[in-house]
Every structure is written in structure tokens, then in C-alpha cells.
Design a protein around this ligand. Structure first.
Ligand code: ZN
Length: 123
């Protein structure tokens, strides 16, 4: 009986692990605390991914993974992740239609690479 039980569970664990190979491994508990810290920060201030990474001491890449989750998780609670679009410092082009949260590498208008990163807030 027991043996029959264990095998399918192990199968499930293995399949969930193999379907998400790209996300950085963060223990579940730490993950939650960090996300709450990020939400609390963004309810008070408008910050870039770099600012957040300095505050909670994780990489910008990890911040962006959290922000993606915050974007979907806050939806049903009447809260929204408010994104101030990235801006080209050279020509002032605003990346309004951009869906991705990371900083764009290049301006599509003037090809400038001096991009002001997007800013995030929760409201
Ligand atoms: Zn530009």
C-alpha cells in the first residue's frame, strides 16, 4: 500500500522540478518573505529593479522574477503593479507598450543605449 502511494508522489515532484529549470532556486519560505518585503517597499515608494535589489539584497534578475509574480498575484486583490515605462535618455522615447519588466537594451528610434530603467510601484 505505502509503496504504491510513494511512487506517484515522487513522480509529481520530479515533473514539477523539471518543468521549471530556468528559475533560480530560492527556498519557499525565503521566497515568500522576500516577496512581502518587495510589496511593502513598493506600496511606500516608486523604485527601479536596481533600487529593489539593493534594498532586499538579491540580484536584479531575481527581483524581476518576483515582480512578475507580484504583477499577477496583486491583480485579484484590487492592487496593481504600476509600471513607469523605461525612457531613452537620448531622444526621450518611452517604452510604453513593453510587456517585459527588465530594462530595454536599445532604443528602437535612435538606437541609443542610455536607457532610464522602468520604475515600479504598487497601488
Ligand atoms: Zn532614443
Amino acid at each position: 500500500m505505502l509503496r504504491l502511494y510513494i511512487i506517484p508522489i515522487a513522480g509529481i515532484i520530479k515533473s514539477t522540478m523539471t518543468t521549471r529549470p530556468k528559475k533560480p532556486f530560492i527556498p519557499a519560505e525565503q521566497h515568500d518573505t522576500l516577496r512581502h518585503q518587495i510589496i511593502a517597499l513598493l506600496e511606500r515608494e516608486t523604485l527601479s529593479a536596481r533600487d529593489i535589489s539593493g534594498e532586499v539584497r538579491i540580484t536584479e534578475k531575481e527581483v524581476l522574477v518576483h515582480l512578475e509574480h507580484v504583477r499577477t498575484a496583486t491583480h485579484g486583490k484590487g492592487l496593481h503593479l504600476i509600471i513607469t515605462p523605461a525612457v531613452c535618455r537620448k531622444c526621450g522615447f518611452r517604452f510604453k507598450k513593453r510587456e517585459r519588466l527588465n530594462k530595454p537594451g536599445k532604443c528602437p528610434v535612435c538606437q541609443g543605449e542610455q536607457i532610464e530603467p522602468p520604475l515600479f510601484a504598487i497601488g
